[in-house]
Design a protein around this ligand. Structure first.
Ligand SMILES: Cc1cc2nc3c(=O)[nH]c(=O)nc-3n(C[C@H](O)[C@H](O)[C@H](O)COP(=O)(O)O)c2cc1C
Length: 190
């Protein structure tokens, strides 16, 4: 966090969210590198994922997923999601509420695939699909084929609202940020 940012104004909060998530994309060691991606399909579910992109201007969070994973089925039932970030060091929780769009076999997924490392690509050649019942723990294989996996997808979350919480001994601070409608930004009781 920049020394100038005292987290005392809603502008400070916006700047904090933007810098934290941008850092999460770039820096593997950042607390914001991973987050809990929560869906509400047949059942509520949360799982850890890697933050692959953050567009501060348009309020879009990007992650990658196997297209045959349960979360995709959840999103087909209900695209409304929540992305929960927490930094123990900064004592900041960022919850982003929005709508997910699954990019599968399109320009966006092809572009992301082209930029991935071979190691990351390998996960998308796993047989059988994630969540399949197996006899033994190692009853699966990963065959790297020199082409785009047909199991790869990119999920973009179009953020509607961000609930930001800063834990502070003298008094916690909480704000709601509306990425595309800053006039609605407001402090809320923690
Ligand atoms: C540190 C960490 C990072 C992970 N990153 C991803 C990821 O970027 N994308 C993903 O689909 N799953 C990722 N996973 C696995 C998910 O947590 C989850 O097990 C998997 O996606 C299956 O979830 P689902 O059945 O609800 O779709 C990660 C797990 C951990 C522990």
């Amino acid at each position: 966090m920049s020394a100038k940012n005292t987290l005392e104004t809603l502008e400070n909060v916006r700047e904090n969210i933007s810098s934290s998530l941008t850092e999460g994309v770039k820096n593997r060691k950042s607390d914001f590198r991973t987050f809990t991606f929560c869906t509400s399909g047949k059942f509520p579910a949360g799982r850890t994922v890697v933050l692959r992109g953050y567009n501060a201007e348009h309020g879009i969070i990007t992650l990658h997923s196997n297209y045959y994973a349960d979360k995709i089925e959840d999103l087909n039932i209900n695209p409304k999601v929540c992305c929960v970030f927490y930094s123990k060091g900064m004592k900041i929780q960022i919850r982003c509420f929005g709508r997910a769009v699954v990019n599968y076999d399109n320009k966006r997924s092809s572009h992301a695939w082209a930029k991935m490392s071979d190691m990351s690509k390998e996960c998308y050649f796993q047989v059988p699909n994630p969540g399949t019942i197996m006899e033994r723990y190692n009853d699966f294989s990963k065959e790297t084929i020199d082409k785009k996996s047909e199991a790869f997808s990119v999920i973009d979350v179009d953020i509607e609202k961000i609930d930001w919480l800063y834990l502070k001994r003298e008094g916690h601070r909480r704000a709601n940020i509306f990425v595309k409608e800053s006039a609605k930004d407001t402090w809320v009781s923690p």
